[in-house]
Write a protein that binds this ligand. Structure first.
Ligand code: AMP
Length: 287
């Protein structure tokens, strides 16, 4: 039986009953198969899984979709029950931020200024602040985050390491629709035509990642995105696995952000750059 709690006091009472390790999956609700995969992976290891559902105002900028972000608590609770989740913590704004917005917040550092951080000032500070608060409130021993939000995952790992947080951070590969579209709560904003256009993101990443060298990866991905008039690219970047400069060979990451209509979508895939051939080609930073 999944227990739904809204206040930190009720959450604490449930956590007192945890038989062992506490695993946490943090979400903003409007749960889909991607979220459910995080719950499944968490349940494989831990008997006691807590899912948090909180649309965090701190990580939305002016003009972003905080107000219209989908809120579907009944369906979300059913999904959590089906996945064997012990507790759903769905706090109100005042339960997370009693006394208003916090004065002391997280500073994501340089890694928070590139890519998403360049387009969404303040986003990662707001995100890390709520993640740290929720890690404390849920007493998480292990917390699961999706690779779908690759920079977010990298920053949370970095925060845990840099600040000695006593929690294990685990990443889970992106869940996609059959046609490649990465699942996202924001996909429901897309009209049928926009959804078709949005497929260019995953196609560009997939076909780009099939190339052997950095230059071709970016060229192929750029071309596919440029051919889709419904997509306005914010960035397409080839980086290292830690979001630093791309290596000449070996494991890299290809990331994209774009607007389709007024909906901003992000996606990313791993890339294996082949040794040899074009080792002298330096990938264009942020290109
Ligand atoms: P959100 O509700 O969008 O804040 O996402 C909550 C968690 O689910 C984050 O760790 C996301 O990275 C993860 N997530 C969202 N979409 C997917 C997906 N398609 N596949 C895997 N994880 C996802």
């Amino acid at each position: 039986m999944t227990v739904l709690v809204h206040t930190r006091a009720d959450l604490a009472a449930e956590l007192d009953r945890a038989p062992g390790e506490i695993a946490v999956v943090m979400t903003m609700g409007a749960l889909h198969e991607g979220h459910r995969q995080l719950m499944r992976v968490a349940r494989e290891r831990s008997a006691f899984v807590v899912v948090t559902i909180f649309v965090n105002p701190l990580q939305f900028g002016p003009g972003e979709d905080f107000e219209k972000y989908p809120r579907t608590l009944d369906d979300d609770l059913a999904a959590c029950t089906a996945e064997g989740v012990a507790v759903v913590f769905a706090p109100g704004r005042d339960d997370v931020y009693p006394g208003g917005a916090p004065s002391v917040t997280m500073n994501p550092g340089g890694l928070g200024e590139i890519l998403e951080g360049a387009s969404r000032p303040g986003h990662f500070s707001g995100m890390l602040t709520v993640v740290q608060k929720l890690l404390m409130l849920t007493r998480a021993d292990v917390a699961y985050f999706g690779e779908k939000d690759f920079q977010q995952l990298a920053l949370i790992r970095r925060m845990a390491r840099d600040l000695e947080l006593p929690v294990e951070i685990r990443g889970v590969p992106t869940v996609r629709e059959k046609d490649g579209l990465a699942l996202s709560s924001r996909n429901r904003y897309l009209s049928p035509d926009q959804r078709r256009a949005a497929l260019a993101l995953s196609r560009a990443l997939r076909e780009g990642a099939a190339q052997a060298d950095a230059e071709s990866v970016l060229a192929v991905a750029h071309k596919i995105l440029a051919e889709e008039p419904g997509v306005r690219v914010d960035y397409l970047a080839l980086t290292g696995p830690d979001l630093g400069d791309a290596p000449a060979e070996g494991v890299a990451r290809l990331l994209v952000a774009a607007k389709v209509g007024s909906t901003r979508l992000i996606d990313n895939v791993p890339v294996q750059l082949a040794p040899g051939q074009l080792a002298s080609v330096q990938p264009r930073k942020g290109a």
